[in-house]
Design a protein around this ligand. Sequence first.
Ligand SMILES: N[C@@H](CCC(=O)N[C@@H](CS)C(=O)NCC(=O)O)C(=O)O
Length: 210
Amino acid sequence: MAVLEKPVIIGRSSSHFTRIARIFAAELRVDPSFQVVRDLLSTDPGDYGGNPALRIPVLKTSRGVWFGALNASREMWRQSSPRLRVVWPEDLDTPLLANMQELTLQAMATEVTLVMEKMAGAGEGTTHARKLRESLLNMMAWLEENANAALAALPPERDVSYLEVTLFCLVTHLEFRDVLPVQPYAALNQFRQQFEQRPSASETRYRFDT
Ligand SMILES: N[C@@H](CCC(=O)N[C@@H](CS)C(=O)NCC(=O)O)C(=O)O
């Protein structure tokens, strides 16, 4: 395998899972190259860095190819020096924190399906799409109710947590893709405004790749 001088993130600037990896890269000062996947309806794994799931992000490094945002973020962290104090999902050992992470990721996944249904032309008229929206609203209500307590329960000595990065990517993406207004969710909105102050957030704003 050719030795890569620097890691490559394969994804899209409009994708919330891609933004997780991009925020970690910025926090860790890794400076990867960025390769855009032009057509998210492509069925060629080659367009997704070889990911058989046909999903982004994918990270390419000299050690190999890493599928998914968590793998990508963690590998960049392993390669970084000095290593930041990151709270990873497996460190969340209370129901409050573990469920907060689970529902954040599930809400992101549910949103992906809603957006992809729209992109593919099916809209939100099906009974399944209606169930997905109901599920998304339920999860958002739970996240709103528990956000303040969960964020306060994170270890104070951290630099950043996967939970905060994913929650930020979710909340900002719901508005960016016009899936749900976030204004009515006061606690989540306040968290968004605070996290947005980080350079890693302002450097990775969502936009549609041209
Ligand atoms: N488990 C993956 C999920 C990645 C994912 O769903 N990415 C979306 C873009 S934000 C995607 O590739 N969607 C294409 C599709 O649903 O066909 C991760 O954590 O990275």
